[in-house]
Design a protein around this ligand. Sequence first.
Ligand code: ADE
Length: 481
Amino acid sequence: MRFQILTLFPDMVANGLNTSVIGRAVEKGILQIDAVNIRDYTQDRHGRVDDYPYGGGAGMLMQAQPVFDAYRAATGGRKVRTVYVTPQGVPFTQKLAGELAQEEELLFLCGHYEGIDERVLEEIVTDYVSIGDYVLTGGELPAMVMVDAISRLVPGVLGNEISADTESFHNDLLEYPQYSRPEEWHGKRVPQVLLSGDHRAVEEWRLERSRERTRRIRPDLYERYERREWAIWRLSRQKRDTVHLLESLRRGRGEILLARGEFSRLEGSASQSSALLLYDRACSTCLLTASDEAGVERGIGEIPEVCRLAVASPGFAAEMLCGKAGFEILHECLQVCYTERRNLRVSHGDIRPLGPEHEAYVAERYGLGSRAYMAGRILAGAMYGAFVDGALAGFIGVHEDGSIGMLYVEERCRRQGIGASLEAYAINREREKGHIPYAHILVGNEGSLRLQEKLGLCLARQNIWWLAKKTCILEQSMIDS
Ligand code: ADE
């Protein structure tokens, strides 16, 4: 991912972002961060970039010309999402960080003095964003804050997917207190349970501390947490049909946009009509299920304009998204999930995560994913390969939406159980992360369905439909074949 930061203090930005995790990601080529000096573009003989505001008032304003020319040089005519960091912007949140992390390129514009001439902002800025209700002397620190928060969501930056999964806010709870050596310091002992070696008790203790802390410090977050827990509880009673929604919430990626009827803690099962609409931050997709047309209607009203992909069930929900919300059907899929409490046997010996050196191999063989998509999956540590005599014989992966898929086995290596081993391996890895493994199978793919049955996955009674906004040219498909 590429960041360009338009600033009057390029050294401050460059120095602030060249160390630790972000610095290493730049070295590895996962991130590119360029600071562009706005002053280099002024036409003023004395190098000035500011002037007095018309109408009077304190301070100086940055002029339109140098900002615009710096922007043009940075973008070279490309359309790039451009963030102006300003206290007048929308609040920067984890959710917005996730949305911005989906872009391949971002430009940040840092103001100084009393701001920037409004006319150039109107021409180039796509997003006005603030890091909080306080005023700093310039936009560099806010831009660095945002670049940092966005970068750690880019696959590969944190090294593995687990780190991003365990982050604070991922389930609307603040983090629990942590302790390191020594066991006693200033007369304070580390809580006994943390020394017990009882992992279950430790997890329970941590969850309780998180809940207590959140209830006390952030009642707004706690309310969201309870809403989510309720929906998870309802979904887990029908997980076969709704595992994609359940896992989106359990993995801390799904935000509830609408919960009605049985999915609402307040309404409960008293209401006849039920609907649940989630926005999955990790794959920028809306997930909708409803018991009737009224529920779908309400869901449609809550789908954000920016959302280009949706998963709907049952069939009438998909039809209504097509008829009333400008979507069209990409695929109808069967959904399967693995709910057994034991790992599967992996008979093929040499299966391991793939690295960037396998990008071309994988992209050439998996027809439904773009090269960039497959590269992202490899970087996220979510692609696994089976090797025969040291050579790659097939692969499988976990899609951005969390489903297992992308299974491919070389022609010459088929009918030797490698496909089953790959899927068993992926299922086991998912289970180790505490996930319920699931997959979407294109209707008509009998071979895949037989494999799912053989491995003991259970088939949903309801199909699901992947949909895309009609106006969007879908470059990446994320569906299993
Ligand atoms: N520039 C000055 N203060 C700011 C803030 N709070 N957020 C974003 N940009 C700023």
